[in-house]
Write a protein of this length. Structure first.
Length: 385
């Protein structure tokens, strides 16, 4: 049993923000949390201690793209790259690929969980059942349907959570319902659905929306589309990429006023460039250029992001006028709830895993702790993230 104390800062607990705390950890979980400081307390110097971030969309990091490294080692390398920025739980994310690749990705994730790779809690399969009209950077040669073979792969019992992004207008609703009944987390994305088609998807069991506003039919005053359906619904969880490129800040502020904040989740949609010495990378044979935090293909199409979760939190606070505790919830509590992991992840409270991140007063990452142990981390950026 270990007790760790923090003073002179802002500690975001499940019961509010407090200036001092002593957290007692046993077997990797929080067994006591007191609003007082003990001896040898860490001086936060006006900074923040937040629950460890939970990222449901991590395509890569540290020079590794999940599609290219469907292995325990690849998953571990991605987690290592994001840990310095406060990500303590994540879903390695496969961009549209073959059914065989999907099977290998899920098998690798199972193996990574069994091997105790820190932070991996499942996998996100983004595509290939998506609409070519909203393909984004995805390669249409991989697109398909929810056929029997793909259903078999997705319905195979797994050690962690399985999240699937699909377009309901190109997927049979009864098959969406079958996935949801089996515990697969179905998210709407890369879709040209009408408002009615999106609503039908929600009714069938879709509980999330992947990177709201991006790669989906927009809100138009006589055609609400996917965006209108998502904003009109008060229950589905919406992922947001707050990097200043994917969605205008004003649009994000409007969206957050339109629906419950506890259904908004920050995601990185990170590519191999995050925490990598070399930023440019290749995605399924296509060269992607990264400059000034923006990832684009040769045709100018956005190709994921160079965003980490600490920067997403900082942008949410400083650019969207969201209170830090709310931003912390969007980065940790809400995605944990979406994943069905609220009993163990997403907040600082007794019974939770001892996962947290220390940020300085400007919301730059300082240290990351998983299971009560501060992690050794390496960052390739030259200054604050």
């Amino acid at each position: 049993m270990t007790s760790l104390s923090f003073v002179n800062g802002n500690i975001v607990t499940a019961h509010g923000v407090q200036s001092a705390a002593t957290i007692t950890v046993e077997s990797g979980s929080i067994v006591a949390l007191e609003s007082r400081a003990g001896p040898n307390a860490v001086d936060l110097d006006g900074g923040w201690l937040m629950p460890g971030f939970v990222d449901t969309q991590v395509n890569g990091g540290g020079g590794v793209l999940f599609n290219d490294e469907l292995s325990v080692e690849g998953i571990a390398a991605i987690g290592d790259a994001h840990r310095p920025y406060g990500t303590t739980s994540y879903l390695p994310t496969l961009i549209s690929d073959s059914t065989d690749a999907i099977s290998r990705a899920l098998d690798a994730t199972d193996a990574a969980i069994a091997a105790g790779v820190p932070g991996v809690v499942g996998a996100h399969i983004e595509g290939p059942v998506i609409n070519v009209a909203r393909k984004g950077i995805h390669d249409p040669k991989h697109f398909g349907t929810l056929d029997d073979r793909l259903m078999e792969v997705l319905l195979t019992p797994r050690r962690g959570r399985v999240m699937v992004t699909l377009a309901p207008e190109v997927a049979a609703l009864d098959r969406i319902a079958a996935l949801a009944r089996a515990g697969v987390l179905v998210s709407l994305g890369h879709s040209d659905a009408t408002y009615a088609q999106a609503r039908d998807g929600f009714a069938a069991g879709i509980t999330g929306v992947t990177h709201l506003f991006n790669a989906m039919s927009p809100l138009v005053h006589r055609a609400p589309g996917v965006v209108g359906a998502a904003l009109d619904d008060q229950n589905v969880y919406c992922g947001l990429i707050v990097d200043g490129f994917h969605v205008d800040d004003a649009v994000l502020r409007v969206a957050m006023r339109a629906r419950p904040l506890d259904r908004m989740m920050l995601v990185s949609d990170a590519m191999p460039c995050v925490n990598a010495a070399v930023k440019d990378f290749v995605l399924q044979g296509r060269q992607i250029h990264v400059e000034g935090g923006r990832c684009v293909g040769t045709d100018g199409t956005l190709a994921g992001s160079d965003l980490d979760m600490a920067r997403a939190v900082r942008n949410t606070v400083t650019q969207l006028d969201i209170a830090p505790a709310q931003a912390a919830a969007m980065a940790a509590t809400n995605p944990a709830a979406f994943l069905g992991l609220s009993k163990t992840h997403g907040s600082l409270a007794v019974g939770q895993r001892a996962d947290w991140v220390v940020l300085d007063a400007g919301f730059h990452p300082v240290a990351t702790t998983i299971g009560g142990t501060q992690c050794e981390t390496t960052r390739h950026d030259a200054g604050p993230a």
